[in-house]
Design a protein around this ligand. Structure first.
Ligand SMILES: C[S@@+](CC[C@H](N)C(=O)[O-])C[C@H]1O[C@@H](n2cnc3c(N)ncnc32)[C@H](O)[C@@H]1O
Length: 464
């Protein structure tokens, strides 16, 4: 270990930044959420100071004197002539402060690490000044894996530490308590933003009022297939899940993010072939959660857009089990973006409707008059099998047969294919192009904005 990343308590301390511009500003910004008193000597510069920093720093528009450094804990010297920097560093050290000369690790008492700051939790990445860019990249990777509200858990732990110590006097008992409290339901509640609920749960745990660990079900959107389009939260939930109940539409790239030892239950459906009926899916979710498992029910796109997420939510709730929903990028939005088709456009479409090509047996038919309004975009999910019907019913309802259509099959995956034409030829397109994979059908003038000539493309090429 070439450097030791010690932590310096900042409560009641004074931090000083000297300098202005892009060398000084990031240092001043580091202390945005810190209890330290921040003094920023900007020198004679008349550059405006970023308004966010002005809210917590005392801005002093002159160079500091030796006396200004009295009582300082940390001093950052950001730019200036070498002799002047040497003098300021000497003054600072003379007052007992540690000095960092920005961009001069060898002349500094400490180096500034890349920092991940989640309230109570601070992660520092140090390269000993050798490769700051690498540290910044590592920080970005850590930012993505740490839940945004991890600081809430740390806050709670800090608040309850004394109480826990007074109730449990044995070290082993305290450690066992913290393992249960910080990995169980209290943690889930805190990460969901319910700090009061998390505190209650921790106290219940402390008072021995909790029974066996109860599980939780997360209904999670996996997005359209490209793992890069997964939300950070979905990726975290996948990593933490004990049980993953997944669909056919969840891509291998997404499933690769799950824990290797998680139990995976495939409940994938294809049209007319439902190996695991919907009722049984609900039963699986409830059964696994009752065992105390962290269950992730992951679905293609968004769970609440043609995903039957509402039904599963009801079943899990009715069983008295905690359930949380994490949205995903729905196929219409992802496919439109991939194909460069805006779903609304000031000149072409003032509204957009997501419709299903498949309706429940004996259920109401879609309102084709509403779906066929001019100056609107209609996006059909599960529309391939119903293409002849969509074509006929939209035209009968008044939509011009010359209205552009775009079909995006396997959107965002390497096998993505795009086909374009007109509403009057929609069924023909599906047959001639042998469209068979999951496909989004976009009907409306916007479909013609990206497709100047009718074209079929495969892979990630652009239309026309
Ligand atoms: C049962 S729905 C699920 C929709 C999903 N919940 C969503 O929000 O995207 C299945 C339909 O979504 C569409 N779909 C899902 N993923 C797709 C993709 N990668 N490319 C094109 N269409 C897709 C297809 O129309 C498919 O038939």
């Amino acid at each position: 270990m070439r450097v030791f990343p010690a932590s310096i308590p900042l409560n009641g301390q004074t931090v000083i930044v000297v300098g202005h511009g892009p060398m000084a500003e990031p240092k001043a910004r580091l202390f945005a959420s810190s209890p330290a008193r921040l003094l920023w000597f900007t020198g004679e510069s008349s550059d405006p100071v970023a308004s966010d920093i002005a809210q917590y720093a005392k801005i002093i528009r002159r160079v500091p004197t030796r006396r200004d450094f009295r009582g300082a804990t940390l001093i950052f010297l950001a730019g200036g002539e070498e002799r002047e920097l040497d003098k300021l560093a000497r003054w600072g050290r003379g007052q007992g402060a540690m000095v960092n000369i920005v961009d001069s690790p060898a002349a500094s008492d400490f180096q500034t690490p890349a920092i991940v700051d989640r309230d109570g939790i601070v992660v520092s990445i140090a390269s000993g000044g050798a490769a700051p860019v690498l540290s910044v990249d590592i920080r970005a990777a850590i930012e993505q894996t740490l839940p945004a509200r991890v600081g809430v858990i740390a806050d709670l732990a800090r608040e309850l530490r004394g109480t826990v110590k007074s109730v449990l006097d044995k070290f082993d008992d305290r450690r066992a308590f913290w393992e249960r409290a910080l990995r169980g339901k209290a943690r889930d509640l805190a990460l969901a933003g319910d700090k009061a609920g998390a505190r209650r749960e921790m106290l219940r745990e402390l008072n021995g009022e909790t029974g066996p660990r109860t599980g939780i079900v997360h209904l999670v959107g996996a997005g359209p297939g490209d793992p890069d389009l997964l939300t950070l939260k979905a990726a975290r939930l996948l990593r933490e899940a004990d049980v993953i109940v997944h669909d056919r539409l969840v891509s291998d790239g997404v499933m690769d993010l799950a824990r290797r030892d998680a139990l995976r239950i495939d409940v994938g459906k294809t049209k007319g072939h439902h190996p695991v009926p919907q009722d049984a899916i609900g039963d699986i979710l409830v059964r696994e959660a009752r065992k105390g498992q962290r269950v992730v029910r992951i679905k293609g796109g968004d769970p609440f857009v043609f995903g039957r997420g509402g039904e599963e939510l009801d079943v899990v709730r009715a069983a008295g089990i905690a359930v949380e929903v994490t949205p995903g990028i729905t196929a219409a939005v992802a496919c439109a973006a991939s194909a460069g088709i805006p779903l609304t456009h000031r000149d072409h479409a003032q509204s957009v409707t997501f419709a299903s090509g498949v309706v429940k047996k004996d259920g109401p038919d879609p309102d084709y008059r509403a779906l066929s309004a001019a100056n609107s975009t209609t996006v059909f999910y599960m529309g391939v099998g119903a293409a002849p019907e969509i074509q006929a019913k939209m035209i009968a309802a008044g939509r011009d047969p010359a209205t552009p259509v775009a079909l995006i099959e396997n959107g965002t995956l390497d096998t993505e294919r795009r086909v374009s034409g007109t509403l009057g030829d929609l069924a023909g397109l599906v047959t001639r192009e042998a469209i068979a994979g999951p496909t989004i059908i976009i009907v409306g003038d916007v479909a013609g904005t990206a497709i100047s000539q009718a074209a079929t493309t495969t892979g990630r090429e652009q239309f026309a």
